[in-house]
Design a protein around this ligand. Structure first.
Ligand SMILES: NC(=O)c1ccc[n+]([C@@H]2O[C@H](COP(=O)([O-])OP(=O)(O)OC[C@H]3O[C@@H](n4cnc5c(N)ncnc54)[C@H](OP(=O)(O)O)[C@@H]3O)[C@@H](O)[C@H]2O)c1
Length: 294
């Protein structure tokens, strides 16, 4: 069955821009009142080209809203002690409100150990176990950027969450699990699917809201989607094309899904920009708390 109404695009680029405009006004008001600018430190280890690109984009986004950024670079052979030492120093710094360690780290470094070293009050990515615990307990804290960005996107398009049947495919610490918890916090009825889920297509067909974070290109076809459902595609996959160009796909088959869905986020231009916008929002949130500006 297809949807008779044209699909609405959940335009993450536009929503991220509106988040940045609000943050810029807020930051400008604080600095005009004599406060220092908020600061975000980015720790980059190695020379992974995708990580380099993400870090450049995050630093550019900081500049757009008046957040000062501090880049700490290490070569790919850096030791765990060096990175931990850097984080300890950033934890102590008065001008750093947020610390972000760009993932993935080279294999010889423990992501767990390094993320745990970050002061939870400066955990801009919201991935410290303390902040994940706050999310589970339903108390204030820094929320993981991608899932929180998804909620902002859904709110912008006035998607009703309360009482909705939400299906999340994926249960990673980074996306799936926190996305499910945030939807639950907003009173959706949430089902979490993973690689052992039986009859996935049937479960997906029940979803008013479908969040796909499976990490497999074009995994969900339109035939699985309930007509009129809201589809959030978290996946991002880069491909080389035969003519030497490149192409980006998501975890959802966009063409067939947009014939059935009521609303859908594109890849690129959907969840990706929202993740960066949330990073900025988290940094400003920490800044206000640290300077008692709430
Ligand atoms: N746009 C953004 O800002 C952004 C941010 C983060 C991630 N991403 C993208 O989002 C995607 C997911 O990221 P992630 O970090 O959550 O990935 P991940 O850690 O690899 O997790 C993938 C999840 O999908 C589940 N899964 C794998 N195969 C499945 C199958 N056949 N049926 C049902 N479930 C299956 C896995 O289940 P098990 O737990 O059972 O193994 C796992 O829970 C990736 O493409 C990533 O690049 C985008």
């Amino acid at each position: 069955m297809t949807n008779t109404k044209a699909v609405e695009i959940l335009d993450g680029k536009e929503v991220a821009k509106s988040v940045r405009i609000d943050l810029k006004k807020e930051v400008a008001a604080f600095t005009a009142a004599g406060h220092r600018a908020p600061g975000l430190a980015v720790v980059l280890v190695g020379d992974n080209p995708a990580s380099e690109l993400y870090v450049r984009n995050k630093i550019k986004a900081c500049a757009k809203v008046g957040i000062e950024s501090f880049l700490r670079r290490f070569d790919k052979d850096a030791t765990e002690e060096q990175v931990l030492e850097c984080i300890k120093e950033l934890n102590q710094s008065d001008t750093v409100d947020g610390i972000l360690v760009q993932l993935p780290l080279p294999g010889h470094l423990s992501e767990e150990k390094i993320l745990e070293e970050i002061d939870p009050n400066k955990d801009a990515d919201g991935l410290h176990p303390y902040n994940l615990g706050c999310l589970t307990a339903g108390v204030a804290g820094l929320r993981p950027c991608t899932p929180a960005g998804i909620i902002t996107l859904l709110d912008f398009y006035k998607v009703p969450l309360e009482g909705a049947s939400a299906v999340v495919i994926g249960r990673s610490q980074l996306v799936g699990k926190p996305a499910a918890l945030l939807l639950l916090e907003r009173n959706a009825t949430v089902t979490i699917c993973h690689s052992r889920t039986q009859n996935l297509d049937q479960v997906v067909r029940q979803a008013d809201i479908l969040v796909v974070a499976v990490g497999r290109s074009e995994f969900v076809p339109g035939s699985w989607i309930k007509p009129g459902a809201v589809v959030v595609d978290v996946g991002i996959h880069y491909h080389k094309t035969e003519d030497g160009g490149s192409k980006i796909t998501g975890d959802v088959e966009f063409g067939s899904a947009s014939e059935v869905a009521g609303k859908i986020s594109p890849v690129p231009g959907g969840v990706g920009p929202m993740t960066v916008a949330q990073l900025l929002a988290n940094t400003v949130w920490s800044y206000k708390r640290r300077l008692n500006l709430d």
